[in-house]
Design a binder for this molecule. Structure first.
Ligand code: FE2
Ligand code: FE2
Length: 206
């Protein structure tokens, strides 16, 4: 019990304060840096900061869900997906640093909030837990598609990262569906969209 707790605390501390490492190479790493104006750089950093916050939340959500979920094979699948999210964390962080930006100052707050949500989702039962996960991943996928439209066209390095993340998020949604995700009621989906919008708007600036 104590070992398990230490592991979970370690995961949280690493997400918030350590530099995440990626097993896969960073997408677009071999593409030369584009010519970006200062305003474009600031915009790209802000978008990547939003995505980094999303990945911090993904860590906490997956952690909360894995903690409370009942089925051991599902627990394993959740851990596996959360490993992808660690890579996303590393990729977005490295792109922010490359452009001389910083990650969100509110990350501990985002993490705490998402952890509570993840634990709550896990408590409701595996089918709903997975339904929440599938819907989250679908919304993130749509959000990333929006970023592909907002990123400067010449910024192929950022676009490669966001493009691969989008593919991965879709695979996570498919995983949840394969494991028996329930379809969430429309008002819940809409509430999730409203909450996500508030988060992304804030993270763009801080
Ligand atoms: Fe992700
Ligand atoms: Fe994901």
């Amino acid at each position: 019990m104590l070992d398990a707790l230490i592991l979970e605390v370690d995961r949280a501390v690493r997400t918030l304060f350590a530099t995440a490492h990626s097993v896969r190479p960073v997408p677009g790493a071999s593409i030369p840096e584009a010519d970006l104006s200062e305003a474009e750089k600031r915009h790209v950093v802000a978008l990547m900061r939003v995505n980094h916050v999303g990945e911090v939340c993904a860590q906490a959500l997956y952690q909360g869900q894995a903690l409370t979920c009942r089925d051991p094979s599902l627990k394993e699948a959740l851990r596996h997906a959360s490993d992808d999210e660690v890579e996303h964390l590393a990729w977005t962080n490295s792109r922010i640093r490359e452009l001389g930006g910083r990650t969100s100052l509110l990350n501990p707050l985002w993490y705490g909030g998402a952890l509570v949500l993840g634990v709550a989702a896990g408590k409701v039962g595996d089918r709903w837990n997975l339904g929440f996960l599938a819907e989250t991943e679908r919304q993130v996928e749509a959000h990333l598609a929006g970023h592909l439209e907002r990123l400067p066209v010449q910024d192929a390095r950022s676009r490669a990262i966001v493009g691969q993340m989008k593919e991965d998020e879709r695979a996570h949604a498919d995983m949840a569906v394969r494991h028996g995700a329930a379809e969430l009621p429309l008002p819940v989906k809409q509430a999730m969209r409203v909450a996500a919008k508030a988060m992304t708007r804030t993270a763009y600036w801080v």
